[in-house]
Design a protein around this ligand. Structure first.
Ligand code: AMP
Ligand code: FE
Ligand code: FE
Ligand code: ZN
Length: 283
């Protein structure tokens, strides 16, 4: 008998293995302080934090679903696919994430060099903000701009020089959401679209195609979702009996999102655990 999944559960958080500001074990510790009983570590495009988070979870009695947030793109707009309990050694999925991570490095360097034409910031400044070989992203560039006193916060950097409409912006290569969902399924994982009703939602026919390929559900509880977008997806949830999650998308000091600000019904967590075959939750 496996132990019961208990609430409150928050299934979306980041550590410094991607763009969070705390080590995985510290994220787990903060989750305990916030009163969470079940969590998932979902760093962008990497499993690098799994072992550290698993040790900390086991010691603190918090159930952990190892996961990742896979970067993908549908017709140029970013779609984040949360993946839970997949096999971290699955070749297809690990190669897919490694390609994104690698491309993100050259892309971040190009953005930094574009910024350096007009602003007193360098690529070396950006690398100083990255912990080890963390999945690099605009948040690290934002942190370099903050360190240089050019902006006051990540939010200000994203609204200004790092905005996709800014002349400094460069995008990175990413699989389609369909490719991501297919590889996650092959790796025995469960896929959920992150913040699916925020800016740039996918058209319904494309979402139905993902569902046919194995997409399990939607993160309907997320501060970036709009009420109308959420209502539209809720109809699909009822039609297809999909999994619904709610989560914080915690990034430590990198975002205002607080642990447990949205939570997932333990019955939904149990459905995720029951559907996954790639790896087991850590208790
Ligand atoms: P990238 O994937 O490198 O294009 O950067 C996107 C990441 O930046 C996302 O994972 C978000 O967590 C983060 N992000 C987006 N907007 C903001 C913001 N306004 N403040 C802080 N972080 C943000
Ligand atoms: Fe992020
Ligand atoms: Fe995201
Ligand atoms: Zn996230």
């Amino acid at each position: 008998m496996s132990p019961q999944i208990a609430g409150p559960a928050d299934l979306h958080m980041h550590s410094e293995c991607s763009d969070g500001t705390e080590a995985p074990a510290e994220v787990v510790r903060q989750a305990g302080i916030a009163g969470l009983r079940t969590i998932a570590l979902t760093d962008h495009d990497t499993v690098a934090g799994w072992d550290d988070a698993a040790r900390a979870s086991h010691e603190s009695g918090i159930a952990l679903l190892p996961g990742a947030e896979v970067s993908s793109k549908h017709r140029g707009s970013s779609v984040h696919v949360l993946a839970y309990l997949f096999d971290p050694d699955h070749r297809g999925l690990s190669h897919l994430m490694a390609r994104v991570r690698d491309d993100r490095v050259g892309r971040a360097e190009r953005i930094a060099r574009n910024l350096a034409r007009d602003l007193p910031v360098t690529w070396e400044d950006v690398l100083e903000q990255r912990s080890g070989d963390a999945t690099i992203g605009r948040p690290h560039i934002a942190d370099a701009l903050v360190a240089r006193g050019i902006v006051k916060s990540r939010a200000e950097a994203f609204a200004g020089p790092l905005h996709p409409a800014s002349p400094y912006y460069v995008s990175h290569a990413a699989p389609t959401p369909l490719e991501a969902v297919i590889e996650i399924a092959r790796a025995g994982g469960v896929s959920i679209i992150a913040h699916p009703a925020g800016r740039g939602t996918m058209p319904e026919h494309a979402i139905r195609e993902l569902l046919d390929a194995g997409l399990a559900g939607f993160e309907l509880g997320h501060r970036e979702n709009t009420a109308t977008g959420t209502a539209r997806l809720q109809r699909l949830v009822e039609e297809r009996d999909l999994i619904v999650t709610g989560s914080s998308d915690y990034h430590g000091a990198g975002k205002p999102n607080r642990l447990g600000e949205n939570t997932t019904d333990p019955a939904m967590v149990a459905r995720i655990v029951g559907a996954a075959t790639g790896s087991a939750p850590v208790f």
